[in-house]
Design a protein around this ligand. Structure first.
Ligand SMILES: [Zn+2]
Length: 252
């Protein structure tokens, strides 16, 4: 999986193909009159430190969509098929059946979030949560058989909020897996409304932030040399200019 990690790091780095390893660079934020220096995270699923954050974020997204239905699409080992191709087939088949459903029940009738999981044998399971009046298991199974010979389909309705939390924790946030040519998870555009998106957005009161291609300790050291006040916190340095630079902010 190392290769995948680098690929993700490249895309999540700075968009110019440069690779940043986790915490190698720093984020320097101006929060007048102080400066905050934190290590920049790679935010990779393959990174031991960032993976729990990504999982927590996914669980929050899944819950914010307030799903009332859970379903699973499954494939298994077959001659002439590899798990990655099977995963891509699942994505395409799901796209097809969803578009058929929407044609029949109208726009907005099936918002969803989908997550791949790897079975013990290394094959893809696709777990989905969504909001919908009803999804007929027999119809879904029939269409999946016709499209990709994968009729094993499980559909469950959530009876209460507790079940939603249980299901999402157990299946969505457990071990999202990336097969070649697919996403680890994705959702329809209508899964989250504007209010949910706003709630998920990180709150940040800083006026400006820049990325320094140096370690956070190194950046803090440069301020230390300039005789600024450098305060070390957990995973953050807060730097304050000498009083002479901000005395205009003090009551006279
Ligand atoms: Zn990381």
């Amino acid at each position: 999986m190392q290769g995948h990690g680098l690929l993700e790091q490249q895309t999540l780095g700075n968009g110019r193909g440069e690779i940043m390893f986790c915490r190698e660079w720093s984020l320097v934020k101006q929060i007048d009159p102080a400066i905050s220096i934190t290590p920049l995270r790679c935010k990779c699923w393959t990174c031991e430190e960032c993976r729990p954050m990504r999982k927590a974020r996914l669980v929050r997204e899944a819950r914010a969509g307030e799903p009332n239905l859970f379903w699973t699409l499954t494939t298994w080992r077959r001659a002439g098929l590899c798990p990655h191709k099977a995963a891509r087939d699942l994505v395409n088949a799901w796209r097809q059946v969803r578009s058929e459903y929407i044609k029949k029940h109208g726009l907005g009738s099936l918002p969803f979030l989908a997550v791949f999981e790897e079975t013990k044998a290394g094959w893809p399971h696709l777990h989905l949560v969504g909001r919908c009046r009803w999804l007929d298991q027999r119809w879904l199974s029939k269409r999946m058989r016709e499209l990709i010979q994968a009729p094993v389909v499980d559909v469950r309705r959530a009876r209460n909020a507790q079940q939603v939390v249980h299901y999402i924790t157990k299946y969505i946030g457990k071990n999202p897996w990336r097969f070649v040519g697919t996403k680890r998870y994705w959702r329809s555009l209508d899964y989250l409304d504007a209010k949910a998106k706003a709630l998920l957005r990180p709150v940040d009161g800083c006026s400006s932030a820049v990325i320094e291609k140096k370690g956070w300790r190194e950046v803090a050291a440069t301020y230390n040399r300039k005789h600024w006040f450098v305060i070390e916190l957990i995973n953050e340095f807060v730097v304050l200019p000498r009083v002479s630079r901000w005395k205009h902010l003090l009551p006279s």
